[in-house]
Ligand binder design. Structure first.
Ligand code: GCW
Length: 676
């Protein structure tokens, strides 16, 4: 049998094992391993619902060998969400200023107990950021934009009368990792979200979230005054428009006294915004901020903007937002995606971090795997986020990281109504990691992976090692088989799953075409953002601009992001650009095989149906990794006209065959039948 045929048999067998049952413990996420119920003695000096939840969690989860005393309000020296835990006397004392501080302490204590902390310990913990928020891209019709775990959690037609049990489970999971805000709906927002009937439904969800310390936000459509208010305009400087928003906001707070505020996507991808009326982002944001300020609400204004006209999309957010630095109201936070383009498998950090010095800035990360293989591929995202958070912006001086330049973290949720919440068990780790990093930005991916594996599978030390290694290598694997060396946006049109670097849709926006980004041609590959090209490098601090500007000094992982390189140009590793590119694609495929072996090594140590199900995901991932490698290398090979170097496997599929199914969204989960 040829290679292709052997793989074909394996993969067809794999796809025959479709849809196994979900393990019941999956629904409990990382909270599944609490010991015997009702055994611990816990006292608490408050009776609010939040305090009661904290005490009940400890009663259920602590075990009989420890008693606990929760003292809320005593610790005046602590900040509002901070807590102190002291178990040195063999009796546990939890001190906090607020009841939500005690709730976070309870979850932390349970986590530490499962991780087997030393018995004589005391520690204090406070969040790195005050706003730790999930953004749902959920629509009112129950669909989720870029969601890969079923339909929306929010059962709009049942609300406000009927509450799904999942709402409270969701609130609990979030609180257990410190998430304190959720935006319920898609940033591509329907104006109807603000209709009175909808707001009553939102209020019912907010009532469930409140005891868990979670404030509800809504994404709004900027033209709501005209769309649902009957006004002739939505111009933010129009007095009638400002009045309409004030009344709307007052009405929301009458229903939801702790409402968080608005998330706004404006003048981006066809959505309305202040620029439609000749106004700036600051004009728009500040008008909303004035309406929210009396209630202590905030406006989270997204910086994800790009227009079809500009020569380099990566530069546009800075061009639009930097001139407005310092002009946003105090209760406005500008939310910036981690990279300058769009949640690609790897991007350098957005130069807005560190540059917006007089504006509150949030980092927006994507937990849902729009660009990293959906919930089909195993890709632990903590290493990518860590890379961004620890990047040195050199602004205002060396050593100032992205983590220190931001005041909030937002994550685009990967949660849906599927029984395992996220599409597969391993994808739950990304939700967990986001919360943990937003609480403590000094945590490393390894620490988070260890915690999560222990909490989820009950495995530690040597037993946990294969899973830990698999998780920690998975992001780099995805980068290697999809878009190594700084390549980006090679995705198939529309669905963003498989490769389509050859995509050419007549009449489409150039910046929606992969060729805009990879610029592959007989003379080489990559986007020239150096000082000889679009000069996007100049948006970074001088130290970085100099580094990125030089093809010799630029880190290889960003080489083709910043440079158009000749195919034969040498790279830092000594090989040519073409050979290095081929080696990365092959390494991606090899890494997935290595991940399969690591996963095999824990068979028998975790629930069989979960093991089986992740095994299937990995087989799909291997198939897709080969699809990516073969598609990209063969296509780029039409320009490089160079052979595959030694060690790189021959392609399994002809380029023409791949071109045929590249657009076929229905086939993307098994592209294509009879492929191998
Ligand atoms: O990455 C792109 C997605 C869009 C999304 C947009 C955004 C919600 O493909 O689906 O729209 O980003 O972040 O606004």
């Amino acid at each position: 049998m040829t290679n292709r045929k052997i793989l074909s048999v394996v993969l067809l067998a794999a796809s025959a094992l479709s849809h196994a049952t979900i393990h019941p413990s999956d629904t409990l996420l990382w909270l599944r391993r609490t010991p015997a119920p009702g055994t611990a003695t816990v006292t608490c000096n408050r009776t609010t619902s939040t305090a009661r939840i904290a005490a009940d969690e400890l009663r259920r989860g602590l075990g009989a060998d420890l008693t606990a005393d929760i003292r809320i309000g005593a610790a005046k020296d602590l900040s509002s969400e901070q807590y102190r835990i002291d178990i040195r006397s063999g009796h546990c004392v939890i001190a906090s200023r607020t009841d939500v501080g005690a709730l976070y302490a309870a979850y932390d204590l349970l986590r530490q107990r499962q991780l087997r902390l030393p018995a004589d310990t005391a520690w204090t913990s406070a969040p790195s950021y005050g706003l730790r928020m999930l953004n749902h891209w959920d629509n009112l019709d129950g669909t989720i934009e870029r969601g890969y775990a079923g339909r929306s959690l929010w059962q709009w037609s049942d609300l406000p009368g009927k509450l799904s049990v999942r709402y409270e489970q969701y609130a609990r999971a979030n609180a257990s990792i410190g998430i304190n805000a959720v935006v319920l709906n898609n940033v591509n927002a329907a104006p109807e979200m603000l209709a009175d009937t909808c707001l009553r439904k939102v209020a019912a969800i907010a009532d469930v979230m409140r005891p868990y310390g979670i404030r509800v936000f809504l994404a709004i459509n900027f033209s709501s005054p005209a769309a649902i208010g009957g006004l002739p305009t939505s111009d933010p400087l129009d007095a009638g428009v400002a009045r309409w928003w004030r009344r709307k906001v007052d009405a929301i707070y009458a229903l939801i006294p702790d409402f968080g505020g608005f998330l706004v996507k404006a003048n981006s991808e066809g959505l309305p915004g202040p620029q439609d009326f000749g106004r700036t982002h600051a004009d728009g944001a500040n008008m909303l901020a004035r309406a929210l300020a009396p209630h202590k609400g905030v406006v989270v204004w997204r910086a994800f903007v790009y227009s079809p006209s500009d020569a380099d999309r990566a530069k546009q957010a800075c061009q639009e937002f930097l001139p407005l630095d310092g002009r946003f109201a105090d209760n406005v936070v500008v939310q910036v995606k981690n990279g300058p383009v769009d949640f690609q498998p790897r991007e350098p950090f957005s130069p807005l971090f560190g540059a917006m010095r007089h504006t509150a800035v949030a980092a927006e990360l994507q937990i849902t795997q729009e660009y990293t293989g959906f919930s089909n591929h195993i890709c632990f995202l903590a290493p990518m986020w860590h890379e961004v958070l620890t990047a040195d912006t050199h602004r205002p001086h060396d050593g100032c990281t992205v983590a220190s330049a931001i005041t909030a973290m937002a994550g685009v949720a990967n949660v849906g109504d599927s029984p395992d919440w996220c599409g597969n068990t391993l994808a739950q780790a990304n939700w967990y990691a986001f919360g943990r990093m937003a609480w403590d930005n000094a945590l490393t991916p390894q620490q988070i992976a260890r915690e999560w594996i222990a909490l989820t599978f009950g495995l530690k030390g040597k037993d946990a090692e294969p899973i830990e290694r698999m998780m920690l290598m998975s992001h780099e694997a995805v980068v290697d088989y999809m878009m190594p060396m700084g390549l980006h946006h090679l995705f198939a049109w529309g669905h963003h799953y498989g490769p389509e670097p050859w995509c050419d849709v007549p009449g489409a926006r150039p910046d929606w075409m992969p060729s805009y980004y990879h610029k592959a041609a007989p003379d080489g590959i990559g986007f020239d953002r150096s000082s000889r090209g679009s000069n996007a490098v100049a948006q970074y601090a001088d130290t970085l601009a100099r580094l990125y500007d030089s093809p010799q000094l630029c880190p290889e992982k960003y080489l083709l992001w910043f440079h158009h390189m000749a195919w034969d140009a040498p790279t830092a590793s000594g090989s040519t650009v073409w050979d290095a590119l081929c080696a990365h694609y092959q390494a991606g495929v090899d890494s997935v095989r290595a991940m399969q072996k690591l996963w095999q090594a824990v068979s028998g140590k975790i629930e069989p149906d979960i093991h089986e199900s992740i095994g299937r995901h990995l087989r799909t991932q291997l198939r897709d990794a080969i699809w990516w490698k073969d598609g990209c290398l063969q296509y780029f090979g039409t320009f490089s006209r160079r052979p595959l170097p030694a060690g790189v496997e021959e392609p399994m599929l002809e380029l023409d065959e791949m071109r045929r199914f590249g657009l076929d969204i229905d086939n993307y989960t098994c592209p294509p039948r009879g492929f191998f």
